[in-house]
Design a protein around this ligand. Structure first.
Ligand code: FAD
Length: 449
């Protein structure tokens, strides 16, 4: 029994699915968005922290060159504000805290030169990777035949340089250097416009935040789509017939002429397909793993570290919190410290009970900012690997052999099925911006049929 009929079904009400549905609807086609959770926004999630203030447990920053998300924010009347960046930063290395200003810690000049050279090389190599066909890069086979870790061991000479590269890999890709293909690493660098853009707060992906939190983007888009968005509707099965497609959730079926699947590749193959997906597509999804991040925050009556001249930004080779930010909402209260557990730190600490994890995180904050950090009003965290409808973040990544062996299946439609989600983006893959452009690209594919 068919419960609804429309032109296009979109699976997933993250930013990508909502952007796809918005474009389809704008062209006068009828659309139904089926969302497994009881909320929209997917990997964006607001958490209230006092009167009218929020922090985000999912994606939060936007930055220069992320033209699509910046334009949408303007269109929706959502304002941005700069990430707190005043005062000294901290770098923890070999058990010592180094205070510094600007973008580079005052380390041994050999280490600084080592890092600068690695960045230069990686950026140069990344420019050879075609974003829509990484497998066609002149040295694709070679780069896809090794991990970022093996490249780093050969090319980064100092211990400090390797520690820094490891933090960057964990912080941006949310994986250990030995997890990720060098080709994927380089693809992602190019996709974000260079390594500097990916890691920078001053002029990169961490530059701005969104007033009221990024989940408002999803709330606004969903409000415009109205009844077309159905929550609590996990898609279980997609059946293609000669004249259409039937998308089944628990208890309802929607019939359409095309479907856009806007979930990460790893989740897209938890849906049953009839007929089954082509082998290459399924095998791509067997490899396109989600990264590992637990985003943690501690809420204090005020940002007390600012009085000590600290910006709240920390990079630590010691961990387990290796990257830290002042994540306070605008205004003087509350103060919020943000700590990321990434890659192997997320995997190891993810197995502990929350109380033990809280202890370890607050232990890091106390080391960085003093005893006041030990006793927050609230401790918040989200372990995205535990979430049934996400299973890891920030985005997906490919291990060696993934792009060259299976990459061709990433965006290739399968009959009436089209693929969206930030993992299919060419520009700013893995980011909010990439989620939007990927959704709109899939909508254009559908509209062209
Ligand atoms: P998702 O948001 O994952 O949307 C997929 C949707 O599909 C979800 O709502 C899910 O519930 C639903 N779904 C899954 N399976 C099914 C099914 N079978 N049936 C129906 N529905 C289904 N990006 C940035 O740009 N800046 C940042 O600062 C940043 N930081 C991040 C920090 C964290 C902790 C996380 C988690 C992510 C971060 N990201 C950041 C990444 C960014 O959030 C994502 O790239 C983006 O939100 C992905 O959107 P999407 O629509 O592609 O996927």
């Amino acid at each position: 029994d068919i419960h609804a009929v429309c032109d296009v079904v979109v699976v997933g009400a993250g930013l990508s699915g909502l952007a796809a549905a918005t474009r389809v609807a704008a062209r006068g086609r009828s659309v139904t968005v089926l969302e497994a959770r009881d909320r929209v926004g997917g990997r964006t999630l607001n958490e209230p922290v006092g009167e009218g203030k929020v922090v985000e447990l999912g994606g939060q920053w936007v930055g220069p060159t992320q033209e699509r998300v910046l334009a949408l924010l303007t269109e929706l009347g959502l304002r941005t504000y700069p990430t707190f960046d005043d005062g000294d930063k901290l770098f923890e290395f070999r058990g010592r805290l180094h205070r510094y200003r600007g973008s580079v810690p005052r380390l041994n000049p050999l280490v600084i030169a080592d890092i600068a050279q690695a960045q230069l090389r990686l950026d140069r190599m990344a420019r050879e990777v075609p974003l829509d066909r990484p497998w066609a890069a002149p040295r694709a086979e070679r780069w896809d035949g090794e991990t970022f870790s093996s490249w780093m061991r050969r090319n980064v000479r100092t211990e400090g340089g390797r520690a820094f590269c490891t933090i960057v890999c964990e912080g941006v890709w949310a994986v250990a250097p030995s997890d990720v293909s060098l080709l994927h690493f380089l693809f992602y660098v190019r996709s974000g416009g260079g390594l500097g853009r990916l890691i920078s707060t001053e002029d990169g992906a961490q530059k701005w935040r969104v007033e009221g939190g990024t989940q408002r983007i999803a709330h606004h888009l969903a409000a415009r789509l109205g009844d077309a968005v159905r929550l609590g509707a996990p898609v279980r099965r997609i059946r293609q017939e000669r004249d259409g497609v039937t998308v089944s959730t628990d208890g309802t079926e929607v019939r359409a002429s095309q479907v856009i699947v806007a979930v990460p590749p790893a989740l897209s193959v938890r849906i049953a397909y009839d007929p089954p997906l082509p082998g290459l597509r399924d095998q791509l999804c067997q490899r396109y793993a989600q990264g590992s991040v637990i985003k943690t925050m501690a809420v204090y009556p005020e940002p007390f570290w600012r009085a000590d001249g600290l910006s709240g930004q920390v990079t630590s080779a010691t961990g387990p919190v290796k990257v830290c930010f002042d994540n306070s909402p605008p205004g003087s209260a509350p103060g919020v410290l943000l700590g990321f557990l990434e890659g192997n730190q997320a995997r190891a600490l993810g197995r502990l009970p929350v109380e033990r994890r809280r202890e370890q995180v607050l232990g890091c904050f106390t080391r960085f900012f003093g005893p006041e950090a030990a006793d927050p009003e609230r401790y918040l965290e989200r372990a995205w690997a535990e979430e049934e409808w996400t299973r890891g973040c920030y985005g997906g990544y490919l291990p060696p052999g993934g792009w060259t062996g299976h990459g061709r299946a990433l965006r290739e439609p399968v009959g009436r099925i089209h693929w969206a989600g930030t993992e299919t983006a060419t520009e700013w893959n893995g980011y909010l911006d990439g989620a939007l452009t990927a959704g709109e690209r899939a909508a254009d594919e559908v509209l062209a049929t």
